[in-house]
Design a protein around this ligand. Structure first.
Ligand code: FAD
Ligand code: HEM
Length: 527
């Protein structure tokens, strides 16, 4: 006979392990859902039971429309918070960072948006029912609830402030939502970006939508004014920063379609792992693209490494390197040939990789250009090492750096920094694990086979003393090994690269946190 285990409460250790990767997000979602249910019920109950005269005359349409409107006010106030980049970067520096998963901001923004979508649907359906009921109710009954004439359905839908603004709001939302779904946003980012600015229409119309309400005075503006003011401040800060002069001190073309930019701008203070937005007015006046900062705060310039993948990055590469040369292609440039500033910078902004310094043991996993956040972090550690690392407050004891590249040339731009770190490897703090996932060309195979002399001690692909492994990392074996080495410890896992690999790593972190005494804290960045 199969025995069914008795249900039991989770132990403190089980809760602790669950909390490691899923706790903060789950808690916020529970609070968010509870707040929505509570707000809906609060208004629903008021119009169903306390103002029952309205209910007796117009039926369920009113309490449902009021309940969903309450949700819309709350969620419209909330939706701006996760996109206040400067505000969130500030909050990351406070105690809240221990409880709030700030790097999941866009996920929350999307969740809130979909709740808005659901509440809008319910609200619109309930109002269409109301319009029908109102247009077929006796005037004497309508007068009891303050309505002075029997309206038509058409009149209610299009000739009232709430009616026409509601319809325009729906059209704006359909455009915003359809252009924001991943299959449109990824390949047509600009279309998404410009359509998304219909949020200005959204907030403008939302503020006035209920102003001529017959049943109660509209309070929507009170809900949204705070976040809107914060958002306007955010845009003012971005604008002010973008006006600062930026000098392109060097542009260097690397072999792997990567262009390195070294810039100097006024008052630009950042932490390792942060990112910035770049704008090139010659290419597009209003287009800002995010790039991770690859220099360390100790350096006297700000650098980014840009993979040429599409329209904007392609145009930037052509502007800076029209002859497609390798090496340094521009120096000390302030303006483009058309006289406009060559580059404008907005930032810095906080990212998941900033959290690296919270852990003693970390796994940094960079795939392809996803290695950029770790460039700044590793360089920063190198600078700290050279000035008595242990006294600076940084506590990292062990860094496992997994670097996964498809071709040999992709190792080129960053290998100098890693090589230098390897030489300076105090207490063996850095272990490098290079992986080459693509095949070598015939020439590369010859180079590797016939290289000799002193070079033999070093890996022929990367130049590191750690040998390059061919193929993809075997994560199950790696995690099993680390779980023994770091038993009982908290290990920060930081990944930047493609989504599929991110999902795989996340699964491994969860599984090995649940099944071993090692606690893996997963953090990711997706470009
Ligand atoms: C936080 C962050 C840090 C990044 N760091 C780096 C880096 O260090 N090096 C690097 O090479 N790339 C980085 N990227 C990716 C880089 O922003 C895009 O490759 C670049 O914007 C592509 O623009 P495009 O017009 O040439 O390509 P497109 O063909 O238009 O787009 C290629 C991809 O980039 C995305 N994308 C396009 N425009 C934007 C934009 N304005 N904002 C966000 N995503 C966009 C698209 O969704 C698409 O997936 C980062 C992205 C993010 C979000
Ligand atoms: C009523 C609905 C929505 C409103 C009012 C809204 C509002 C905003 C605002 C104000 C921004 C910030 C723009 C900036 O500062 O540069 C933004 C960004 C963004 N929104 Fe929305 N949005 C809505 C719906 C959605 C939906 C449905 C999705 C996706 C499914 C989405 C995905 C995004 C993304 C990916 C960003 C970019 C964030 C970043 O990179 O900083 N939004 N949105």
């Amino acid at each position: 006979m199969v025995s069914i285990p008795k249900p039991r409460l989770p132990t403190r250790e089980e809760i602790r392990k669950y909390w490691v990767n899923d706790g903060p997000k789950a808690l916020i979602i529970i609070l968010f859902v509870a707040a929505n249910i509570a707000l809906f019920l609060y208004k629903f109950i008021e119009y169903r039971y306390e103002r029952s005269l309205v209910f007796d005359i117009l039926g369920y349409g009113v309490p449902v429309a009021r309940g969903s409107a309450m949700m819309l006010k709350f969620n419209s106030a909330m939706i701006l918070i996760p996109v206040l980049r400067n505000f969130l970067s500030f909050l990351r520096g406070t105690f809240l960072n221990n409880y709030v998963p700030f790097d999941k901001n866009i996920i929350f923004h999307r969740y809130i948006a979909w709740v808005i979508c659901l509440a809008t649907f319910v609200h619109v359906m309930a109002h269409f029912r109301n319009f029908h009921v109102q247009s077929t109710t006796d005037l004497a009954d309508l007068k009891l609830i303050g309505i002075q004439e029997v309206p038509t359905t058409w009149g209610l839908a299009f000739r009232t402030l709430a009616g026409w603004t509601g319809h325009v709001l729906c059209v704006a939302m359909v455009l915003m939502f359809t252009s924001a779904i991943e299959s449109i946003r990824r390949p047509m980012f600009e279309i998404f970006w410009f359509t998304h600015h219909l949020f200005i229409v959204y907030f403008g119309l939302l503020a006035v939508h209920g102003l001529r309400g017959t049943l109660e005075t509209s309070t929507t503006w009170m809900w949204i004014i705070g976040p809107c003011v914060l958002y306007i401040l955010e845009r003012i800060i971005r604008l002010a920063r973008s006006k600062q002069t930026t000098m392109l001190i060097m542009a260097k073309q690397h072999p792997s379609r990567t262009i390195e930019l070294r810039m100097k701008t006024e008052r630009f203070k950042y932490k390792p792992g942060q990112y910035l937005f770049l704008n090139c007015p010659t290419i597009a006046r209003n287009e800002w693209h995010p790039f991770t900062i690859t220099s360390a705060p100790e350096e006297d310039f700000v650098s980014c490494h840009i993979n040429v993948v599409g329209n904007w990055t392609g145009k930037l590469s052509t502007l800076l390197n029209p002859d497609k040369r390798l090496g340094v292609v521009q120096e000390n440039l302030l303006n483009s040939p058309d006289g406009k500033p060559i580059l404008r910078i907005d930032g810095p902004f906080g990212a998941a990789s900033e959290e690296v310094f919270k852990y003693k043991t970390v796994m940094l996993i960079g795939a392809g250009i996803g290695v950029t956040p770790f460039a700044s972090i590793l360089k920063h550690i190198k600078f700290q090492l050279s000035k008595a690392y242990s006294t600076t407050g940084n506590t990292i004891e062990k860094v496992h750096f997994f670097w996964i590249c498809r071709d040999r040339s992709s190792f080129e731009w960053f290998s100098g920094i890693i090589g230098a770190l390897e030489m300076d490897n105090v207490n063996n703090f850095l272990e490098i694990h290079p992986y080459l996932t693509g095949a070598l060309s015939a020439q590369e195979v010859r180079d590797v086979m016939y290289a000799g002399g002193d070079e033999e001690a070093r890996d022929q692909i990367t130049g590191f003393s750690a040998p390059t492994q061919f193929g993809r990392p075997k994560w199950t074996e790696i995690f099993a090994d680390f779980s023994q080495r770091y038993a009982g410890r908290d290990v920060g896992v930081f990944f930047c690269g493609p989504k599929v690999l991110s999902k795989d790593l996340y699964k491994h972190c969860r599984k090995f946190t649940q099944t071993t005494s090692c606690r893996y804290h997963y953090n990711k960045e997706n470009f």
